[in-house]
Design a protein around this ligand. Sequence first.
Ligand code: URA
Length: 188
Amino acid sequence: MFETWEELEKSIIDCKKCKLCAGRTNIVFGTGNKNADVMFIGEGPGADEDKQGEPFVGKAGILMNNALAGLEIKRENLYIANIVKCRPPQNRVPEKEEATVCLDYLRNQVVLIKPKMIVLLGSTALKNILGDEYKITASRGKWIENKEILYFPTWHPAALLRDENKKIEFWKDLKEVKNKAKEMELSI
Ligand code: URA
């Protein structure tokens, strides 16, 4: 565990802890406010994220940005990261081994940020953070408290591209996140 961002960022530059390093253009470390009250965690970089080195800048990201803007949630107030920091080939779900080794970095980021709330975007984020026993269909839209952090699972933005109903639920979920954050006087 590193105590500074500088050390943590340095430690990942040449990461070869799993086979995803072979196909990457950029490591997508995470972006946003390093003192964020609210963190968003996705699955892993897609093609656009791999090219640009930033999370959620592709199609799914634009959809998420539109929802954030519509609800007046400022992306710059959040910290956004993924379960894995290198793009899985063909955007497949990260394998357990890949997620497990990469999670050390994400855990370190969480320790440095100290968020009060973490929004889990989709099943991969939910299962890797809270445990395999959690199902996204049953858990979405519900608060789960664990070690003084409030977790809120919702759909992955890419799922909204395939299902209009999920768009409505995603919007409703983000509204709930905003209301709760306001109630707790968190910056969002
Ligand atoms: N999907 C994710 O899970 N993360 C990204 O950064 C982009 C797409």
